[in-house]
Design a protein around this ligand. Structure first.
Ligand code: ZN
Ligand code: ZN
Length: 231
């Protein structure tokens, strides 16, 4: 029997699985950010995972119920494959098409056909195609990983937005594109405060293009080019 069909025990969740049904399916989960053990993290207080704001501890040190405890998020917030050997994956675990065993090719066949038709509703969420047109398997949800590293999340809800802008200096030149991550309800005034700017403009810098400080960032059109004037 092929080693891909051997039953193994997942080190993370304890489920029995066989690699042939597991590779690229992302049926398990992990936390892609740290558990804040010794103090607050970038987004969340001590005792929470910084990637999703949930906590593995049902009670607080005071003995009260912990409102951030979540049974649903106990094993993780980001998809990955079950593994008997490791509890997280990185891009170096990617499996390129040229080394896929025959059983894996057979398991992936339907999804490859779907992708070729442009149907992205597939079972193997980790089945990807590189810019050379070659397939590969990603063992974890790298897209979600990057979104969770950049933004603040409460469970599956994203609480921050990324705003892109240019800085216009005194010599009338523009910086390269910059970006800042802000709370979803942040205003233009909050943005200017964070980046040490005085005004936010669109297009040419005339009075009518100056954006009011009370405007919320969420209401701005991110297809527009925004310029921050420093002084
Ligand atoms: Zn998490
Ligand atoms: Zn698992």
């Amino acid at each position: 029997m092929s080693y891909l069909k051997w039953k193994r025990l997942c080190k993370t969740c304890g489920v029995r699985y066989a690699e042939v049904d597991n590779m690229g399916v992302h049926a398990c989960k992990f936390h892609c950010g740290p558990l804040n053990r010794y103090g607050p993290g970038k987004w969340w207080p001590e005792g929470c995972w910084d990637c999703c704001g949930k906590s593995p501890y049902p009670t607080l040190p005071s003995g009260r119920r912990n409102p951030r405890f979540s049974a649903k998020f106990l094993h993780g917030c980001t998809g990955m494959d079950h593994s008997a050997l490791q509890t997280s994956f990185t891009p170096s675990d990617n499996i390129p098409e040229k080394v896929w065993p025959r059983e894996l090719c057979e398991a992936l066949n339907d999804d490859i056909m779907s992708l070729k038709r442009g149907d992205i509703n597939i079972k193997h969420k980790g089945l990807r195609i590189n810019n050379m047109g070659e397939f590969f398997i990603e063992r974890f949800d790298a897209n979600m990983y990057h979104k969770r590293r950049k933004h603040k999340w409460d469970g599956d809800e994203k609480l921050t937005i990324e705003f892109k802008y240019f800085i216009k200096n005194d010599e009338d030149t523009l910086s390269e594109e910059k970006s800042v991550v802000l709370d979803r309800d942040a205003t233009v005034a909050d943005l200017l405060n964070k980046v040490d700017g005085r005004y936010l403009f669109t297009k040419v810098e005339v009075e009518k293009n100056k954006i009011n400080g009370n405007t919320t960032i969420d209401n701005l059109d991110q297809n527009e080019v925004y310029k921050v004037k420093i002084s």
